[in-house]
Ligand binder design. Structure first.
Ligand SMILES: C[S@@+](CC[C@H](N)C(=O)[O-])C[C@H]1O[C@@H](n2cnc3c(N)ncnc32)[C@H](O)[C@@H]1O
Length: 328
């Protein structure tokens, strides 16, 4: 069993974004139970475990088997304070119930892809590393990026690039993909990146990012049904929080941030009127933080179940989170 490393930073891995803000907005304290819906390398989970020591606990979910294995190994020193589950956050209610948990004191979701996933060439997320056009975070899912680029008709491809990638040249790229695949299927990341580079006129290349960034982001979001999954998770989220419980969501895409804003406004009490952005120093150290938007919200003590009526799993205003002999 090795050392877990400095809080939040996995050796050679993903640097968690806005960690200080996450811990402070969750008001981490001993004895509390937290759900990390996107465990990844476990950076946020570790920070929460430290801030809620010695008795705070975390249930960490991730649908990427490799992330689950790594975080389990890396955070083994926390023993029973951490429970790792290999599942999608869409299934968070059932996953918690299987552990005997009805509600938690805090939830964090740090959306999107981890640096570790991005930098592993064979996962196919990066336009800078040669790999198969895969992009599945959960490799049990049937659809890869190669399926989409080689099968979707041009209008559907263009819509996807426009909606998820906010790509101005969506139709041109989609048509070029269809022409290219008529000769031979597009199977690798660099082949697609080169194609996009050729389609977007050089004078229109974005200044700060590679011209294929938007195309790759759009395909990744489609392959992983990211917006649909986020919508389902946000719909279930208020019922997973105990009264007074808090949720923090970090989004990296304006579409996702809008969904978080709407969901928080409609069923929780927002704690952030505008999304918090990382400080310049953090962005300089960790460029992935650049587009992060963090929102937090609280479940009011008087809940949608009606004033004075406790949510399941609560007695006298404090959660008895683990029910039915739950072992978390
Ligand atoms: C940005 S990383 C999280 C990094 C983590 N906060 C840390 O500190 O290391 C996002 C993680 O969420 C996972 N993920 C994305 N969508 C998911 C979903 N629907 N269910 C569960 N995990 C998901 C990805 O596999 C990835 O590991």
């Amino acid at each position: 069993m090795g050392e877990p490393g400095p809080v939040g930073v996995a050796p050679g891995g993903h640097e968690p974004v806005m960690i200080r803000q996450v811990v402070s907005l969750l008001a981490c304290a001993p004895g509390r139970l937290y759900l990390d819906a996107t465990l990844g390398d476990g950076g946020h989970a570790q920070a929460i475990l430290e801030a809620s020591a010695p008795t705070g606990r975390v249930v960490g979910l991730d649908w990427d088997a490799e992330a689950v294995a790594r975080a389990t190994r890396r955070l083994a020193l926390y023993g029973e304070r951490l429970t790792v589950v290999h599942d999608s956050f869409v299934n968070a209610p059932a996953a918690l119930r299987a552990l005997g948990v009805e509600v938690v004191d805090g939830i964090v979701a740090d959306l999107g892809v981890s640096s570790r996933q991005l930098e592993t060439a064979e996962r196919g997320f990066s336009f800078q590393r040669e790999g198969p056009l895969d992009m599945r975070m959960d490799r049990r899912r049937p659809t890869t990026a190669a399926h989409l680029v080689n099968r979707l008709p041009a209008p559907a491809l263009a819509r996807l690039l426009r909606e998820y990638g906010e790509e101005r040249f969506a139709l041109r790229i989609a048509r070029a993909i269809v022409r290219a695949r008529a000769r031979a299927p597009l199977t690798t990341t660099l082949a697609l990146a080169r194609l996009v580079e050729q389609v977007i006129p050089r004078r229109a290349w974005p200044r700060q990012i590679h011209p294929a960034t938007r195309t790759f982001q759009a395909l990744r979001m489609a392959v992983n049904a990211e917006t649909e999954n986020l919508e389902a998770f946000l719909a279930a989220l208020p019922r997973l929080l105990c009264p007074g419980g808090r949720a923090v969501v970090i989004a990296f895409h304006s579409l996702e941030d809008r969904l978080v804003k709407q969901a928080f406004r409609s069923s929780l009490r927002p704690l952030t009127r505008r999304p918090l952005r990382p400080e310049a120093e953090e962005v300089a150290r960790n460029p992935r933080a650049r587009s992060a938007r963090l929102r937090a919200a609280e479940r009011p003590a008087e809940t949608e179940t009606g004033p004075g009526r406790a949510a399941p799993g609560h007695e006298a205003g404090r959660p008895s989170r683990a029910r039915g002999g739950g072992d978390v």
